[in-house]
Design a protein around this ligand. Structure first.
Ligand code: 5AD
Ligand code: SF4
Length: 462
């Protein structure tokens, strides 16, 4: 099965003919397992990698035993995400011993860091390939080095890369699509590793985003989620992009993630409220409720500015849904300061919060700060926060009871056999009795009950 080729060979051609010869000899295409950890941006990057692999003849599997290529697309935002990846890599050691021709790689935010690459080089000999977020466009060359030249390859350099607008994203979901509009982050919040592992902000050109969305809608996609670390600093103007996408004909809805409060302008809020396809929900990471902590985090807004945004929206759309991210136990945060976060949660009334205990990320400014509260204590604060949120949100969810919601049916529900789950325009989970054939369609549902995690309802008569 080995093909000998010289170094001049085009990597894409090499991989294509290598995979074809596997197919000829075994009757099966070689299979790749791509597993993405972390945020939606990562899931989207994973779909792009799959698009590239499909182009050179790989099929896909979720079973490591069947795979001839395994790539973990990793997240570095918190330590426990990194620990999971090390654990999974450790588990692959025995498989690699049994199948030495298996290629194992890791990529993404964790793999961009030099200290991670060094650790893998020394202690995880089963890994053949470690490449960071700047090297996706070079996937063929990197795989060529591993497969044809039998090298272990480590690629962590941070280089200016053009956005490849021609990329093919291989989407498993046929009615909900992630569409990246920008990469990187310029904000340097003091706790966050993202600007170091994803580099400076780069925006895709609007024409290319718009034609991608138009194509997806014509294929029947019903929900388009625009992605960026901070979509509000999309360099060609985010409100205009929303208006242009809203003007595309078809029955679909638009979501986006994430928005930084420091530049959530009135124009953006008016655009969200005025565009009928844009969902009436906003993920607006607060991070902390104390102005002193926000300053130490380098968030560039205070609670007054944050609450003004909330007030502006809720005056015009009282049922508007807000969700947020919270970090508990930033270095130096006192219990009193933590309680200010709870106060804001009570005041704003979020439909959901994503809350995390602060995780020290080496290389970030906050990593050098003194931190006297134990993780155990912070864990207790986190529980307190979640309790506060549950009490607030179960009451707040009642606003939908007795009304009709437009729900995009996503699949079988948690409630039991015969139930479907989906989300309303505000992004809240709705469960209702219905046939699985409705999956991927908008359904009108009369909301009968609010639980603390979801709304329950019945399909409205057509
Ligand atoms: N520790 C804990 N949470 C973090 N986040 C980012 N960096 C850290 C960290 N070092 C959280 C923030 C961000 C979300 C994506 O992850 O709340 O909004
Ligand atoms: Fe990290 Fe702040 Fe950038 Fe978000 S805005 S990715 S929290 S640095």
């Amino acid at each position: 099965m080995m093909i000998s080729l010289d170094n001049q060979t085009d990597p894409e051609l090499f991989l294509t003919s290598h995979n074809e010869s596997v197919y000829r000899m075994t009757g099966r295409r070689p299979l790749a397992l791509i597993h993405s950890f972390g945020c939606q941006q990562n899931v989207s990057d994973g779909e792009r990698l799959m698009g590239r692999l499909a182009k050179v003849g790989y099929g896909f599997t979720k079973d490591p035993e069947e795979a001839s290529l395994i790539i973990y697309n990793t997240c570095a935002v918190r330590e426990n995400a990194e620990d999971r990846v090390y654990g999974n890599l450790g588990d692959l050691k025995a498989l690699k011993e049994r199948k030495p021709e298996l290629v194992i790689g890791i990529c993404g935010c964790m793999a961009q860091q030099k200290h991670v690459a060094d650790k893998i080089k020394g202690s995880y000999r089963q890994v053949d390939l470690v490449f960071g977020t700047f090297a996706y466009n070079e996937l063929y060359r990197l795989l060529y080095e591993v497969i044809a030249n039998k090298k272990r390859v480590f690629e962590q350099s941070e280089k200016p890369t053009d956005i490849d607008e021609e990329f093919v994203q291989l989407r498993e979901n046929k009615f909900q699509a992630f569409v990246p509009i920008m990469y990187g982050c310029n904000n340097f919040c003091t706790y966050c590793i993202v600007p170091y592992v994803r580099g400076r902000e780069r925006s895709r050109v609007p024409g290319s985003v718009i034609s991608e969305v138009r194509q997806l809608v014509s294929e029947g996609y019903k929900e388009i989620t625009l992605l960026g670390q901070n979509v509000n600093s999309y360099s060609y103007g985010f409100p205009q992009l929303l208006r242009d996408i809203n003007a595309i004909e078809g029955d679909f809805r638009i979501r986006f993630m994430s928005s930084h409060p420091k530049d959530a302008s009135d124009e953006l809020l008016d655009t969200i409220l005025g565009c009928e396809k844009v969902c009436k929900s906003l993920h607006l990471p607060l991070q902390a409720g104390s102005d002193r902590i926000l300053k130490a985090m380098n968030r560039s807004y205070d609670t007054e500015k944050y609450l003004k945004i909330v007030d502006y929206i809720r005056r015009r759309a009282p049922e508007f849904s807000l969700t947020t991210d919270i970090i508990v136990g930033f270095p130096g945060e006192t219990y009193e300061e933590f309680c200010m976060t709870k106060d804001i949660i009570r005041q704003v009334k979020y439909d959901n919060i994503y809350s995390f205990v602060y995780s020290r990320r080496s290389g970030t400014p906050a990593a050098k700060l003194e931190d006297s509260i134990s993780d155990k204590q912070k864990g207790l604060w986190l529980r307190e926060l979640l309790l506060e949120q549950r009490n607030t949100s179960s009451e707040w969810l009642q606003r939908f009871v007795g009304k009709t919601a437009r729900v995009l049916a996503e699949g079988e529900g948690r409630t039991g056999a015969g139930y479907l789950t989906g989300k309303n325009d505000e992004g809240i989970i709705v469960e209702f009795e219905g046939d699985i054939s409705l999956k991927g369609q908008f359904v009108n549902v009369n909301i009968t009950k609010a639980m603390n995690w979801a709304l329950m309802g019945e399909i409205a008569d057509k």
